[in-house]
Design a protein around this ligand. Structure first.
Ligand SMILES: Cc1cc2nc3c(=O)[nH]c(=O)nc-3n(C[C@H](O)[C@H](O)[C@H](O)COP(=O)(O)OP(=O)(O)OC[C@H]3O[C@@H](n4cnc5c(N)ncnc54)[C@H](O)[C@@H]3O)c2cc1C
Length: 426
């Protein structure tokens, strides 16, 4: 965990619950996946306890950018190569549909969380990327409803954002944004009001099984449970070695500016934006008119706030020079869970249910997989592209993701090559 997230400007505190000696169901990890699963099980009459290692919102869910965007981290092409065309389409459609499922869920439960439905745009910021955006548009139109998608030219984008160099954009109107920390707060309150226990500062150290019963050891003792669900994503580590070998942590970071003066603020639309670089940046303007600007910073985890601020401010000003006199008030980041096939996975191993590995798309996906995991715990095996396939590991990864800097280096080289091609053709 690095820096304080902008969202914590409006803090909330859950009721202080103690861990029970036994609970029908125990959920490890109090992020969105854990909470959604807990609420689903609670609605079916189970007594549910959530054990959270840190403070509520300390994981990725309370620190995310807040974009609910269509699509999947793995491209349809990569998925087809790995899993064949049928499964690729299934994964891709289920990923995109997650946004609709999530919005439906939030509306049914009356969750507000500063939800804003302005859409998302993926923009070419170098000349060579325009072809890529056009190809992606054609590919997406084969998979998604046409009315949700369009291309925006550089002129149209210039009317939406005050920066230079936005050449072509793939707009999807179905996407939305929200305050993820507030969402988590609304869900925790609902869960506790209905009798659930949400126990902070209680890391689980071991899960053992004897017959149909589990004993969960944690910092404050032990709890017996009939069912255990693990929702630890990029923080999984060594808790369950089989799972920990399949999901590794990657860093993602953001800065937030002070509220922009009205003239500048009005120059930004409320869409979320992602650049088409391999080492992408993403940004959006919040309801109170701050620009939140993010990037992956070479995928490293736990980058200190001063470094986040220096690097992301430089990137932000190269895009929006008009912001040079605007202060940065927050710099923060967190860990997200990546898998080797860039696909999230839900399943059961040795009786323990898990849902992890959203690869940066966890806000909508955690709603879908959190519920799927709960259904599995209730022995209702709903078919899903995320639960039916293999969950790959790599021989070279046990507990230290030493290969991540190499992947970041490869990304850097690809971006440099793209930039050079763009300059040569410009
Ligand atoms: C900076 C950043 C920006 C992001 N932006 C977006 C975005 O805009 N859109 C999007 O879709 N996704 C985004 N993501 C990804 C998304 O936030 C995550 O995929 C999603 O929140 C994962 O939810 P989760 O509940 O599975 O995991 P988390 O929210 O990480 O929760 C896991 C929890 O488990 C707890 N835990 C771990 N080990 C233990 C243990 N042994 N015992 C007890 N508790 C434990 C952790 O403390 C943590 O709170 C972003 C992520 C980051 C870091």
């Amino acid at each position: 965990m690095t820096g304080t997230a902008l969202w914590a400007l409006r803090p909330w505190t859950p009721r202080a619950d103690d861990p029970p000696q036994c609970s029908d169901t125990l959920v490890v990890g109090g992020g969105l996946t854990g909470l959604i699963a807990a609420l689903e099980l609670q609605s079916r009459g189970a007594s549910v306890t959530v054990l959270e290692a840190g403070q509520a919102g300390a994981g990725a869910s309370g620190r995310a950018f807040g974009s609910l965007a269509l699509g999947c981290t793995a491209s349809p092409g990569a998925l087809t190569k790995r899993y064949g065309p049928e499964q690729a389409v299934r994964i891709w459609r289920e990923s995109s549909n997650a946004v609709h499922v999530c919005l439906q869920y939030l509306s049914e439960w009356g969750v507000r969380a500063d939800l804003h439905r302005a859409g998302h745009v993926r923009v070419a910021v170098r000349r060579g990327q325009e072809d890529e955006i056009r190809a992606q548009f054609e590919q997406w139109r084969r998979l998604l409803p046409h009315e949700e998608l369009s291309l925006a030219t550089g002129d149209e984008l210039a009317a939406e954002f005050p920066g230079a160099g936005f050449r072509l954009g793939l707009v999807d109107r179905a996407s939305a944004s929200l305050d993820p920390y507030r969402l988590l707060g609304e869900l925790v309150t609902r869960f506790q009001d209905r009798g659930g226990r949400f126990v902070e500062h209680t890391p689980v150290t071991r899960i053992t099984r004897a017959g149909d019963r589990f004993t969960v050891l944690h910092r404050r003792g032990r709890t017996a449970a009939d069912k255990v669900l693990v929702a630890t994503d990029g923080h999984t580590g060594d808790l369950l070695p089989w799972l920990g070998r399949r999901v590794y942590p990657v860093g993602s970071y953001m800065i937030a500016t002070a509220p922009l003066p009205p003239g500048l603020r009005d120059a930004f639309s409320r869409r979320t934006v992602t650049t088409a670089d391999v080492r992408k940046n993403y940004f959006r303007v919040t309801g109170e008119g701050r620009l939140v600007f993010g990037g992956r910073l070479d995928l490293a985890v736990d980058v200190p706030p001063a470094r986040i601020e220096a690097r992301l401010r430089r990137a932000m000003l190269s895009r929006f020079p008009a912001l040079r006199d605007i202060g940065v008030t927050h710099a923060w980041g967190g860990r997200l869970g990546f898998t080797f096939d860039q696909v999230p996975h839900v399943g059961t191993r040795d009786g323990v249910h898990y849902a992890v590995g959203y690869c940066g798309r966890g806000l909508p996906m955690s709603v879908v997989l959190g519920r799927l995991m709960a259904h599995r715990a209730l022995d209702e095996k709903t078919a899903s592209a995320f639960g039916d396939g293999p969950f790959p590991a790599r021989w070279y990864f046990r507990s230290t993701p030493w290969f991540v800097p190499l992947v970041a280096g490869a990304h850097r080289v690809r971006d440099l090559a793209h930039r050079r091609r763009g300059w040569e053709r410009a």
